[in-house]
Design a protein around this ligand. Structure first.
Ligand SMILES: [Zn+2]
Ligand SMILES: [Zn+2]
Length: 421
């Protein structure tokens, strides 16, 4: 197939995924479509449920049966949806049968939980490819990432000169950093010589490529549920155990955690709900919390202190406490020489300016994969491909200039070619 045709297909697929956005652990249609394309290309496809251990899965609240049904109604192949089982996502291998390196690439496939803009100024709406799933929108560009991964799969298969083995991971639930850890613990990065993750946009202009980002913040997302005892507020208040006071005490004191000399930390109590009726001692309270840190040490510090404060507050009011982790990611740095190589290949494209390194302060759970590969002696980078965007990431009016898609595709392809020849 000509490269022009592959690029056309990539754009068409991006728009198809854009119309059917699926949030973390709901991506049955997306996974089935990816599987169908990769099976036709004779990749060795493994659904995520083959490698995931339930204990490593975070933030899975999807109604599996309902999402599978919806996916089939929206055109997914029913037998592929069935093969997914309880978890979305997959990985696919291309073994050239010739000795050479083992490279792994990660593409995230989930959307953001927001409704998409229906303004005529918003191009996907104007051109008829806006979201058809209420409350769901590809507002981070992962529709583009998925399409890039599939186009790369085609280019690699057509190239008869490659050596070694290439694995493409289509990761579920990146938003809220929920899926990356489980995929990593599934062992599918082990033994990799090279690892690539990529993101479009990120505030960088079209035509700019950064070979390797660094400075990702570690982040932990977790819920705290307090259970006390409800009692009559007038007749026997001494019999109650007040969960609202426990949660409120915790919230105030979480913000009083001392800063750490080792680097930046962040804490946010995003949700606190408690109480039942005006004359009832509140028996239940529920909090959604996140912590972040610049280093593993500072991130562990702020998370550990948070748990101590939650436990202390529960003790003060005689409450039971359950803490449930909903998402977690570590920090990582791109490997300098591999980042340099990516920048060099990107620079060979017309109109592209590329730098090897850039710091940023977001979070992405591809960092689990980067760390795993680096700890095993391999090299890993997180590439940024700049793109003109119509609104910030996660905004309802987010869209990106599709001219960035072939830039990302070519950068990855040329870099892999260098490593696998
Ligand atoms: Zn995002
Ligand atoms: Zn993203």
């Amino acid at each position: 197939m000509s490269k022009e045709r592959i690029v056309q297909d990539m754009i068409a697929r991006r728009r198809d995924f854009h119309q059917y956005p699926e949030a973390g652990w709901e991506e049955y249609r997306t996974t089935a479509k990816i599987a169908e394309i990769l099976m036709a290309l004779q990749y060795d496809v493994h659904f995520a449920s083959e490698c995931l251990k339930p204990a490593d899965v975070m933030g899975h609240t999807a109604d599996v049966k309902a999402e599978q049904k919806r996916a089939v109604e929206q055109g997914a192949n029913p037998s592929l949806v069935r093969l997914c089982g309880d978890y979305t996502g997959l990985y696919a291998d291309f073994d050239t049968q010739r000795p050479g390196p083992f490279t792994v690439l990660r593409f995230d496939i989930d959307c953001v939980e927001t409704a998409e803009s229906e303004s005529p100024n918003h191009r996907p709406f104007r051109e008829g490819f806006a979201s058809r799933n209420p409350g769901r929108c590809h507002a981070c560009g992962h529709d583009g990432h998925t399409a890039i991964g599939l186009a790369l799969a085609e280019l690699l298969k057509e190239d008869r000169g490659l050596k070694g083995k290439i694995r493409l991971i289509f990761q579920p639930a990146e938003e809220g950093v929920r899926g990356g850890y489980a995929m990593t613990q599934g062992g599918i990065l082990d033994g990799a010589d090279y690892f690539f993750a990529l993101h479009l946009g990120l505030g960088f202009p079209g035509g700019a490529v950064y070979g390797g980002l660094g400075g990702f913040l570690c982040s932990t997302k977790f819920d705290a549920a307090f259970t006390g005892y409800g009692a009559h507020a007038g007749m026997e208040p001494e019999k109650g155990r007040n969960a609202l006071l426990g949660a409120a005490t915790a919230a105030i004191n979480l913000y009083a955690i001392a800063p750490h000399s080792g680097g930046k930390t962040r804490i946010n109590v995003g949700v606190l709900t408690a109480g039942e009726g005006r004359n009832v001692i509140p028996p239940k309270a529920y909090m959604k919390i996140e912590t972040r840190g610049e280093t593993n040490e500072t991130a562990e510090y702020i998370y550990r202190r948070s748990v101590e404060i939650l436990e202390g507050s529960a003790n003060m009011f005689g409450l039971d406490l359950v803490i449930a982790k909903q998402g977690e990611t570590n920090t990582a740095e791109s490997s300098p020489d591999l980042a340099e190589l990516v920048a060099e290949e990107a620079r060979s494209l017309p109109g592209i300016t590329a730098e090897p390194f850039r710091r940023m302060s977001g979070s992405d759970d591809a960092t689990w994969m980067m760390k795993r590969v680096q700890d095993g002696g391999g090299k890993a980078v997180y590439i940024a491909v700049g793109a003109a965007i119509s609104a910030g990431h996660h905004n309802e009016a987010f869209d990106f200039d599709e001219a960035a898609l072939p830039v990302a595709l070519e950068t990855l392809y040329r870099t892999i070619k260098r490593l696998h020849i």
